[in-house]
Design a binder for this molecule. Sequence first.
Ligand SMILES: *Cc1c(COP(=O)(O)O)cnc(C)c1O
Length: 832
Amino acid sequence: MPHAKRATSSATILSGADVRTGLDSAVLQQAVLDHLYYSLGRLPAVATPANYYRALALAIRDRLQQRWIRTSETYFERGRKLACYLSAEFLLGPHLGNNLLNLGLEQAAREALTALGQDLDAILDCEPEPGLGNGGLGRLAACYLDSLATLQYPAIGYGIRYEFGIFAQEIRDGWQTERTDKWLSGGNPWEIAKPDIAYEVKWGGHTERYIDDDGAERRRWVPYRVVRGIAYDTPIQGYGVDTCNTLRLWSAEAAESFDFQAFNTGDYFQAVDAKLRSETITKVLYPNDEPAIGKRLRLAQQYFFVTCSLQDMLRILDLAGGAIEQFAEHFAVQLNDTHPSIGVAELMRLLIDERGLDWDAAWTITVATFGYTNHTLLPEALETWPLPLFREVLPRHLEIIYEINRRFLDEVRACFPDDSARVARMSLIGEAGEKQVRMAHLACVGSHAINGVAALHSELLKASVLSDFHALWPERFSNKTNGVTPRRFLALANPGLRALLDETLGASWPVDLGRLRELESHIDDPAFRERWRAVKHANKQRLADYVQAHTGIVLDPDWLFDIQVKRIHEYKRQHLNLLHIVTLYQRLKTYPAFSFPPRAFLFGGKAAPGYFTAKRIIKLINAVAETINADPEVNGRLKVAFVPNFSVKNAQLIYPAADLSEQISTAGKEASGTGNMKFMLNGALTIGTLDGANVEMRDEVGAENFFLFGRTADEVARLQGEGYRPADYLAGDDELKAVMELIGSGHFSGGDSEVFRPLVENLTQSDPFLVLADYAAYVACQEGVSAAWADQEQWTRMSIINCARGGKFSSDRAIAEYAREIWGLQSVPIQV
Ligand SMILES: *Cc1c(COP(=O)(O)O)cnc(C)c1O
């Protein structure tokens, strides 16, 4: 790719700028003082920990700057393919600790702050978390950014700069309440606004026909409204390398010129009102991990960030002097679920309407550019838009989608003659009831690659929701099992284990996670096992302190820590876990001599604000916790705690403290899971079903090191096909029956027999996720867990093996597969 010569290079600007770039603790200390004074206007004598946080963050951002600019400069000069990860969510977690780790600056920062009379851990704790995602899908995007930078791949993340991220959860009287997340209120030292990188976003209106200068017939979109998207860039520093990639988040602003009409007629307040309406587009993240059906604002958010991102790619291509026909050689665009799938129609619009390409050329480029990652099989979670809404918001895109569909259905008819049912099933427009635009179908038709996120999930995709697409284009399908970054979720979250791994394996394991295998040669060394247990014990004490500070509940780190943290969802079956707890409680109350190793059950997770069943499950967890924790007949062997506001920040305390990881979704419902991997890498054993990536984890670790229970995906489908009757399971199991009656009686709710009635009725009458069908197997499997825990030496061996065989689940492995098999991406080393 040709490039303009720069007048000044990074090197000439930076000579002698030590206080901005120096890496030793004395210079860092000076840099913090400089920022306190010059950027915050504070003297050390009056500076708060939050001020120190901000000053240190700015000092660290300075140290990223040279790498960041050099990285962009190098990508531009080398002109290699750029991976563009489009995601409506990035659940990043705090930046400071991660950047210190990736730059190798933790020790220097700690010394610098100590010299200033501050404690680094207290300073790190001041960072509000950028919670720009709901859960697994957004966290996956964040892990992938970390791996892309660490593996030195040219890449950019594109998303939305929500002013309010995922709500903060508080527990009042056992119920979830939501508080708005004002993560930007103290300023965001990590981002740099780039107001000169801004694009127009059209909205509504109509389309019209016109004849261009060459006499060709064309379409023009005449919008009702125009807003502007402004770029805010955040550095994504790789671990142990000089690559520093960019996360570019778009923020909506009023397009001033457009409202001049209102100014001219003197209606100043109408103009201001339009400005406010424009800016609502990026106000708030939808707090749901399923689509909010038919929400105009959500469609606006999706189109807004996708068009800004695609226009940005065109600008980059133009700057480099690349030909528009070469677009797909310059950019590989990955769609993280269907949220950005309007990109298929938008790239067609940009290429045809704005760049003058003909349909066939534009279509070839579009399909070569996009890849689509599917994250769910749940039919209610597949995004569709009511046709009238879609037409009102994006009239030109609807025309384009009709034309894509016309040509696509011709292809289907050619491959499968006389199969009108298939044509109806595959159409981009659903005709059953109210007409709908089917976004998953648009994503499939417009992408050369379609992947699921775990082996089982990819197989189920091909056999169920996308089976027609698989029959047409089997070559487009592949699997890319999810992964998690070992930097944040092992090295940063578990410093005790990091030290032991560094000492045992040397320093390269964070970028070569397969090396964890070498731990296995130490499992028969009692001294090593003792150290392994000491690390886990310290992590449990750290979590116990946190739980006591936030809930008042006191936990004993000698007990088995049994943990389930994830979004609250019926398919994830937190209520199955509860039924086991109530079973133990009931046994203890009935037979006081009943004996098992003491266990602390911990839960955490947010419920979508409108998901009433999930909220009632939270209430039941807290009600059971309150009853058990206050009862001296049982609280010497059982404790239950709900950790409020599960987030990346407290996740880093929780995963490393687990002995047992609960991964108990109804088989076939969890696409992959990534929490399961974080627990495993931190040495927890898993109790789980054959669902999502659990299947591959068990393959890696061996059946003897995994607590498996429950019906398989096939058995679940069969049972539901035959007509599942939960009452049969109730009738055949007196203990289960007693447990359900106890919950229904008001025993855990101060005699109130109404509050949990909806949950009891849900389980006993319909039980859509087969909780009762798997109950007996689960309880029996938990007895196996207790028996295994009784042999601490053997448990420790199993814990070490779980960590040792977790290397496959590094996001580095996943990203290397995407780069090679979907994106055709080459790494580009950066030299500062
Ligand atoms: C990893 C993670 C998730 C996903 O957890 P699952 O158990 O895979 O559902 C959700 N939220 C946070 C904060 C996480 O770190």
